[in-house]
Design a binder for this molecule. Structure first.
Ligand SMILES: *Cc1c(COP(=O)(O)O)cnc(C)c1O
Length: 297
């Protein structure tokens, strides 16, 4: 496999929005700038999976997602760059008009295979190789050990261990697991969960962590910042994203990074970050088809 993405596009940006007290520092790792189509954390989750597919001489990547999935968008783009065929198993019946995400994925050469919500629910128990013999299967959201391993590279892009806290949005928790495995012991890792009541996540993340006796930094999941649930949008969120963009020129998406930064503001105001904190926030991307960005820029 020979995809060259330019990690030099990724910047570390110090921010000082109006609500951030002077005794707390915050910086944003702009993974969203990695590549226009394979942006953010999805690349890191995919890269070792792609390598494994080539090593096993598979001829196709097969993966899963909904109509707005960032993972589907990133997989379609990465497979085109890598020169390997791909199939997206998409949740729900084929609509008469495809979403922007699915149109783009299809244009990049992804075969779309729609299945019912019932069939989607049991996708992990389905033998996809019976249908697609030479396919390498990547789980939904790139949530596997190789996905986590790829995310261990994210902090090496920063190469600065003076951050006291690292904060990241959490969907499956694969990215957070990679951060926990690669942070230094004095750092504290905080995951802002975008799903409501996703109490299974602690255990899923645990299963991706370096096994004992390897020491790990402190980490926790924050479950109170989902803003009503996955992909639920409130006027307060939209206003926050608009204002944050105005103050920092950093676009946020409505599903993940908007909730991370809005949750971070709340926690700062609630005193959850002590004076002297130096916080690294991971911008995981997710801006494809973002209504807020396209109107803001
Ligand atoms: C997929 C995604 C996440 C969630 O990552 P996990 O590793 O599943 O926790 C976070 N942010 C953005 C922008 C994403 O697209």
């Amino acid at each position: 496999m020979n995809i060259q993405l330019d990690y030099n596009n990724i910047t570390l940006q110090t921010i000082s929005p109006s609500w951030l007290p002077e005794n707390i520092q915050a910086s944003v790792l702009r993974l969203d700038l990695l590549h226009p189509e394979v942006s953010g954390n999805k690349w890191f989750k995919l890269r070792y999976n792609l390598e494994a597919a080539f090593a096993q001489e598979k001829t196709r990547i097969l993966t899963f997602g909904g109509a707005y999935s960032n993972h589907i968008a990133a997989t379609a783009a990465a497979c085109r760059l890598a020169g390997i065929a791909c199939t997206g198993i998409i949740r729900g019946e084929r609509p008469s008009v495809l979403s922007h995400t699915l149109q783009e994925a299809s244009l990049k050469g992804m075969d779309l295979h729609f299945i019912s919500r019932e069939a989607y629910r049991v996708k992990n128990e389905t033998d996809w190789n019976a249908l697609y013999a030479d396919a390498y299967v990547v789980p939904e959201g790139g949530n596997n050990a190789l996905g986590g391993k790829g995310c261990e590279e994210i902090l090496s892009l920063v190469n600065d261990t003076s951050f006291t806290h690292i904060a990241c949005a959490v969907g499956t928790g694969t990215t957070l697991a990679g951060l926990i495995n690669s942070a230094v012991l004095q750092q504290e890792i905080r995951g802002y969960v975008v799903l409501k009541g996703a109490t299974y996540l602690e255990q899923e993340i645990q299963s991706l962590l370096n096994p004992a006796p390897a020491p790990l930094p402190r980490w926790q999941l924050l479950h109170q910042h989902h803003g009503g649930g996955y992909a639920k949008v409130t006027p307060a969120l939209m206003e926050f994203i608009r204002q944050f963009y105005g103050e920092t020129r950093i676009p946020l998406d409505i599903v993940y990074t908007g909730k991370l930064f809005m949750g971070f503001r709340q926690d700062v105001l609630d005193g959850m970050y002590p004076a002297g904190s130096n916080v690294l926030l991971i911008h995981t991307g997710g801006l494809q088809g973002n209504p807020v960005t396209s109107s803001a820029t």
